[in-house]
Design a protein around this ligand. Structure first.
Ligand code: TXA
Ligand code: MG
Length: 319
């Protein structure tokens, strides 16, 4: 079992000594290591069982620190950083020599962000080191949004979980970069497309769907519970699977209690996409832990964080 607590100096000592610490952010919990220590970064891949072709996000405590590790010169990306950091925005930037190929999987750009969580910002500031941190879950599984989620899956493999409570967004950061001189979104996430476009005008979605992508967070099958998950019309799917124990993941003011054999998780009864984002990973985990053999869900409206939720559901459904 990992120790769980709010002791920043304990977390700091462990990180400086090359150990891993789970850290809270506003999006999801991260599994962090000193980004400048290759041995420590290697441990992240081992503990997560993560393939080395999947690059890591580097976390710093303020925009000014970015220039030590990457080149932030594009005016559009600077405007996004000014508008949304600290917050759920990750920028893809040309890397500097002190960022190893291990972190970027050999790519010339590094993913970097300033997370919005007081404990983690204080931690990074106190050690004055960048933290490499993927989501703190085994590779391919649903991201953790509470210390308990981290403990259940990685507790035996790490010494410390910094307890910052439940994440208040619940979806990973939105990844943005420049390609062909256009601002592009590479992963939909906790910052909406609308919010980004307000700052820098129309952006392109280069959300990769191939099974061998450059940015592996975009693997077709990812963010997945262990149980099969199907997306569609809930009433129809329940009827088709009448003999099976089913978990329903729904949205809005719906009543499915007339069905037998089902356990119901409503992502947001008041049809609020942000509330649904907060509940998504928690409910996917509960559905996985329930007696259900099958998870049935519906698409939610394609606006705001709804797009990122549908993206995660689609990847969770793909096997
Ligand atoms: O909200 C988040 O982004 C969380 C918290 C902990 O910060 N982190 C997170 O990390 O979701 P992870 O490793 O689960 O997903 C990061 C994804 C990678 O899978 C990859 O697709 C993309 O970011 N990525 C990282 N570095 C990249 C790079 N140099 N070029 C392209 N994509 C990159
Ligand atoms: Mg992840």
């Amino acid at each position: 079992m990992a120790e769980t607590g709010k002791d920043i100096s304990r977390a700091a000592k462990l990180l400086v000594a090359g150990h891993l610490v789970a850290i809270p952010t506003e999006t999801v919990y991260g599994l962090s290591a000193n980004a400048l220590n290759e041995q420590a970064v290697l441990k992240i891949f081992e503990v997560k069982n993560r393939p080395h072709f999947d690059p890591l996000i580097v976390h710093v405590h303020q925009k000014k620190a970015v220039n030590k590790y990457a080149v932030l010169e594009d005016a559009r990306l600077i405007a996004l950083a000014d508008a949304f950091w600290p917050g759920p925005l990750t920028l893809l930037l040309p890397k500097k020599g002190n960022i190893s190929d291990l972190i970027t999987s050999g790519l010339p750009q590094v993913a970097i962000r300033v997370p919005n969580h007081a404990l983690t910002l204080e931690l990074i500031k106190s050690i004055n080191l960048p933290l490499a941190a993927p989501s703190a879950n085994p590779f391919g599984y649903v991201s953790p949004t509470t210390p308990t989620h981290v403990e259940k899956q990685l507790g035996a493999k790490i010494p410390y979980i910094l307890d910052g409570g439940s994440c208040n967004i619940g979806l990973e950061s939105t990844i943005v970069g420049i390609e062909d001189n256009k601002v592009c979104i590479f992963r939909l996430g906790g910052l909406s497309l609308e919010a980004i476009e307000k700052v820098c005008g129309p952006v392109e979605r280069r959300v990769n769907n191939s099974s061998n992508p450059k940015a592996p967070g975009q693997l077709q099958s990812h963010y997945a519970p262990k149980k099969p998950l199907i997306i569609g019309d809930i009433e129809e799917l329940v009827k088709k699977n009448i003999s099976k124990k089913t978990a329903i993941l729904c949205f809005g003011n719906k009543i499915y209690s007339h069905h037998k054999n089902v356990v119901i998780f409503n992502l947001s009864a008041r049809a609020d996409v942000e509330e649904a984002a907060l509940n998504l990973f928690k409910y996917l985990r509960l559905a996985d832990e329930s007696e259900a053999e099958l998870v049935i869900c519906e698409k939610i409206p394609e606006h705001g964080l709804g797009r990122a939720i549908n993206d995660r559901l689609q990847r969770a459904a793909t096997r």
